[in-house]
Unconditional design. Structure first.
Ligand code: SF4
Length: 424
């Protein structure tokens, strides 16, 4: 049998008050999502229509985090383009045509909007429709916004996937749709487990190639693999898909409960479910146990950044024995996070949105052992002697599933070990 820790009967943080904060935010914009999305959809190209700032953000984020590959670029709109939007549209068409001519491997071109005023004035939706009509069926051209005015960094993925939904064919065939970009190694592990459970067909959004875009319809039941996909889920539900509520597949417990939601929807017998999941879950728990010693009893404070904060806090509290003090999230989707809030042990302050100065005051007063935050806050906090973890690593690293549970715990143990070594 699986020894899943029982759900807390009091409902954990289900009814906990949420501190709503509105003020200055310290988060990346949605363009950042391109850094992991361009690796995921292998024949897509992301053409950011933006400024030099956007180009710098992408280059530095991509250059630091991955081996840069030419599957994204920035079409820079200079001040002079303000003189005439007609010119800007013609220029954009020229850039796109030249790109597609040079790169016949591209099957899906995203025009990604940003926040400079010159870009906001440009109707990228119409530009995408114009280019789509010209290049279809060889290439589909879609648009979404990664603007910092509208999106925090993981919302860029949500906007991108939501833009794909209208392109999905209609089919009422029964299928499991896993929604949210996962590392291929994680996707392959889940594919194997679902096959052993007899659940299928299983399809993933985003797909690895544009031609593999799954269909959607009344027979679609979907598991969200990421907690930041509000718009995508809404668009899929509007096309008939049924959301299977579940915690997110982080840690042994989260992974088991996530798989269980699909198993219940497919009527998989308990004995079969246990036969398939008990061994990998036990291996994951044993591997996490080895990291747990350096985390148990330590306090952790989350600044809002990736929207993964609540599921990660649940994992760190329940599987690693950490003590969350404040769990801040840019946006708390009540329905998608209900199973997580039920599991998160009562105690931490939950906050939504950000007023960075006030939150920094609370953080300094609490003196947590570890702070999880964006890059912009990490350096100043480290300079004050606070140990930090960059939340951006949570979206660049494979962290979902049984085999990654210990790696996930390790991401939080490393900064504590580094600080301890510095203090020796
Ligand atoms: S989209 Fe806006 S916030 Fe993002 S890099 Fe460009 S200018 Fe900056």
């Amino acid at each position: 049998m699986n020894s899943i820790a029982p759900r807390p009967s009091a409902g954990g943080c289900s009814d906990a008050p949420v501190l709503l904060e509105r003020g200055q935010r310290e988060v990346f914009c949605g363009l950042t999502g391109i850094v992991w999305l361009h690796r995921k959809i292998q024949d897509a190209f992301f053409l950011v229509v933006g400024s030099r700032t956007c180009a710098h953000l992408l280059q530095s984020a991509a250059g630091v985090m991955i081996f840069a590959e030419p599957r994204f670029a920035t079409a820079i709109l200079e001040e002079r383009d303000l003189a005439g939007l007609l010119d800007a549209n013609a220029e954009l068409d020229r850039v796109a045509a030249r790109l597609l001519e040079r790169r016949p491997d591209i099957r899906l071109l995203f025009l990604v909007g940003s926040c400079p005023s010159e870009v906001i004035k440009l109707d990228l939706k119409r530009a995408a429709e114009r280019l789509d009509a010209r290049f279809r069926p060889a290439v589909r051209v879609l648009n979404y916004s990664g603007s910092g005015i509208e999106t925090t960094f993981t919302q860029g993925e949500d906007a991108c996937l939501a833009a794909l939904v209208p392109e999905m064919a209609r089919s009422d065939e029964s299928q499991l749709l896993v929604v949210g970009a996962l590392a291929e190694v994680v996707e392959d592990q889940f594919r194997r487990i679902f096959a052993e459970l007899g659940i299928g067909p299983v399809r993933f959004l985003p797909p690895r190639r544009a031609a593999e875009l799954p269909p959607v319809g009344a027979g679609t039941r979907m598991l969200l693999a990421q907690p930041f996909l509000a718009d995508t889920a809404r668009a899929l539900e509007a096309r008939g898909a049924l959301h299977l509520p579940a915690p997110f597949p982080l840690g042994a417990e989260g992974t088991t409960l996530w798989l269980r939601a699909a198993a219940e929807a497919w009527g998989v017998e308990e004995a079969r479910f246990d036969a398939v999941t008990a061994a990998p879950a036990a291996r994951a728990r044993a591997a996490v146990e080895r990291v747990r010693a350096s985390l148990a009893g330590r306090s952790v404070f989350f600044f809002p950044d990736s929207q993964l904060e609540i599921p990660i806090a649940r994992f760190l509290a329940r599987e690693c024995g950490m003590r969350p003090i404040e769990v801040g999230t840019p946006y708390l989707h009540r329905a998608h996070l209900a199973p997580e809030l039920e599991l998160l042990p009562a105690g931490p302050t939950l906050s939504e949105g950000q007023h960075v100065e006030r939150q920094l005051d609370r953080c300094r007063a609490a003196r947590p052992d570890l702070v999880v935050c964006g890059l912009g806050l990490a350096n100043p906090l480290e300079a004050e002697g606070v140990t930090t973890k960059w939340s951006i690593e949570l979206v660049f690293s494979p962290i979902q599933g049984y085999d990654q549970a210990a790696d996930l715990a390790g991401l939080f143990a490393r900064p504590l070990a580094r600080r301890a070594a510095l203090e020796v």
